[in-house]
Design a binder for this molecule. Structure first.
Ligand SMILES: Cc1cc2nc3c(=O)[nH]c(=O)nc-3n(C[C@H](O)[C@H](O)[C@H](O)COP(=O)(O)OP(=O)(O)OC[C@H]3O[C@@H](n4cnc5c(N)ncnc54)[C@H](O)[C@@H]3O)c2cc1C
Length: 425
């Protein structure tokens, strides 16, 4: 074993990217006694996908995106202007290989393996964040009120049979509520909604960006360094990492963890690996002082979006848009969410003045098999990958950080990570 150390005798680690995954990684590494620097081009942490997500901390989100039977639904989704999926046709040639892998990932045996891997990664997400955050921040930003998935009809619910079976097999507890119980729990819900699945142990954050920032404050307080800049390349000597090129200067380091979300690919290529990372762009719209009051995050299984009561209003978040990292946002995708929101919560208004709305688009870092990449690089074990969490990167961030710290410290990972291998394709 050859662990390089700084002059002060502590291992220096550069964490590339200050989202939910990066900041969690940095905090766990500090607990291992490392000298940690987070590198991020933004002025504050949590400005990437971790900024505007739906805030769900759901250990129950073990069901991958590609499921048996989904392919037949795609044409309907693409043709529906309110549908959950869109592809910019110019991007189709680029995304085609990813989409083929995505479809191939959706067989029942593969889905079973993916669900099992996600179960390990998402387990106790709320508890881990509570451990990483200061009690004040934890109390302010993390709620443990459970989570609801709602359906219009029993038939729709039964259509998702495999997902429910897998959750049961993995010991995830939930209650199936009838219409009466459901509306008692969430009176703002439309009477068209008849089935609700309640996960009593799930949680959510009232402000994902503020949670990441609070974790960043904690990191600074423990002696961490945040360096504003863009990491561009690695400097190696043989198989040892010597430094990270940040803007135009070399930052010396003994190890690096790539947590750059949807922008992680250049680092992987530099290290001789090749993974199928792309982005599923998603949108949110926030309504200030909403007419509908919610007690927890609610996923609409029909509209495929999540409504979460947040610090500054009601957030409606979701949709998948394949258009890559460079195309301008299509804000119609965000505005669609108000229509879908009103169908779920009839007390919301049909039209809002712009000052009551805020819109956001972000880049989910997505792999076709819905599993992140967590492992060491081919080039050197000093470079660790921790990205590609798609729809569950907030929830999975805390445990991913713990796993990344295991790898940096060259310990056996505390759960089986073979399914997340960078060389699994
Ligand atoms: C609409 C929507 C709703 C969602 N809802 C949920 C949800 O409810 N629950 C959930 O668990 N997940 C959800 N997600 C997914 C989740 O937001 C992401 O999986 C997660 O935020 C990814 O975190 P990350 O730290 O890997 O990436 P990011 O948060 O994107 O952070 C990556 C960071 O890397 C930095 N970076 C990029 N390039 C460089 C570079 N060269 N050098 C240095 N730094 C760099 C970026 O500036 C950024 O800060 C949702 C996503 C969307 C879009």
């Amino acid at each position: 074993m050859n662990i390089a150390i700084s002059m002060a005798g502590r291992k220096r680690v550069a964490v590339i990217g200050g989202g939910a995954v990066g900041v969690s990684t940095a905090l766990w590494l500090q607990r291992d006694g490392c000298e940690v620097t987070i590198i991020d081009p933004n002025e504050g942490l949590g400005e990437g996908a971790s900024f505007g997500n739906a805030g769900c901390l759901n250990p129950s989100s073990i069901i991958p995106m590609s499921m048996p039977g989904n392919l037949s639904k795609v044409p309907g989704w693409l043709l529906d202007p309110l549908g959950p999926l869109t592809i910019r046709w110019q991007y189709l040639p680029k995304i085609a290989p990813w989409l083929m892998r995505f479809v191939a990932a959706g067989t029942e045996p593969r889905v079973r393996k993916q669900a099992s891997a996600l179960k390990g990664l998402l387990h106790d997400t709320v508890g881990l964040y509570q451990e990483l955050a200061e009690p004040d921040a934890s109390q302010k930003f993390i709620k443990r009120n459970g989570h609801l998935i709602v359906y219009r009809t029993q038939a729709e619910y039964k259509n998702d049979r495999l997902g429910w079976q897998l959750r049961r097999e993995h010991g995830i507890s939930f209650d199936v509520l009838d219409s009466h119980e459901l509306h008692q729990l969430e009176p703002a819900l439309s009477r068209d909604v008849n089935v609700g699945i309640f996960f009593p142990h799930n949680g959510y954050t009232t402000n994902p960006n503020a949670l990441v920032r609070a974790l960043g404050e904690n990191f600074l307080h423990n002696g961490g360094v945040i360096k504003q800049g863009t990491a561009k390349d690695f400097i190696f000597q043989d198989d040892k990492l010597q430094g990270v090129m940040v803007n135009d200067t070399i930052m010396q380091t003994d190890a690096a963890v790539v947590c750059a979300g949807a922008r992680s690919l250049p680092f992987v290529r530099t290290c001789g690996d090749n993974v199928m990372l792309d982005t599923e762009r998603g949108y949110h719209i926030m309504i200030k002082n909403p007419e509908a009051v919610l007690n927890r995050s609610i996923m609409d299984a029909t509209g495929k979006f999540v409504a979460t009561p947040m610090e500054f209003g009601l957030r409606l978040a979701g949709t998948v848009e394949f258009a890559g990292l460079d195309a301008a946002p299509d804000w119609r995708r965000a505005r669609i969410l108000t229509k879908l929101g009103r169908a779920l919560f009839p007390s919301l208004l049909a039209d809002y003045p712009e000052e009551r709305l805020s819109l956001w688009m972000g880049f989910r870092p997505s792999m076709p098999d819905s599993l992140p990449v967590i492992g060491t690089s081919r080039r050197s074990q000093d470079v660790v990958y921790a990205f590609g969490h798609g729809h569950v990167g907030l929830a999975a961030g805390a445990r991913t950080g713990l796993l990344a710290a295991d790898l940096v410290m060259q310990r056996t990972a505390h759960i089986d990570i073979s399914a997340f291998s960078p060389r699994r394709f």
